[in-house]
Write a protein that binds this ligand. Structure first.
Ligand SMILES: [Zn+2]
Length: 139
């Protein structure tokens, strides 16, 4: 736990996020500034800065969770495609320096953009509930 890391402090520590699912090593939650509706993040529960430092077991658990969630998010949002990605370093647009994977549903009729959209905690919680309802139906 790194107290100056927003993911360690707010998501893992205070659970101040719309959490989708978690296990001992990984946790997924709604990105608070989504580029599309249904944009979620998957992170290790232990602090690692980036791809260069993440422990392999945590890396595998994070990516297994992303893979498991991908079809669920597709179905829950009615998306046509999906971006799975992660950024390393400020010049690569990494903003939070705790390893994280973006799961971003995409829609054919919308312009492909990486711009962040404004949203509300209530809206994030609504989308999280929709995704979680799909999660329950497959587990
Ligand atoms: Zn952290």
């Amino acid at each position: 736990m790194e107290e100056d890391c927003v993911f360690c402090r707010e998501v893992i520590g205070r659970r101040n996020a719309s959490i989708i699912t978690e296990n001992d090593m990984a946790i997924s939650f709604m990105d608070h500034a989504p580029v599309e509706e249904g944009h979620i993040l998957v992170i290790p529960k232990k602090h690692f800065r980036d791809i260069f430092t993440v422990d392999e077991q945590y890396y595998l658990e994070v990516h297994k969770m992303a893979r498991k969630l991908a079809p669920i998010v597709m179905k829950a949002t009615g998306a046509d495609g999906m971006n799975i990605g992660q950024n390393n370093g400020r010049c690569a647009n990494q903003v939070v320096f705790h390893y994280h994977v973006h799961v971003i549903p995409r829609f054919c009729e919308r312009r492909l953009s990486w711009d962040r959209k404004g949203t509300t905690a209530e809206e994030l919680e609504r989308v999280a509930k929709t995704i979680k309802s799909q999660l329950c139906s497959v587990t």
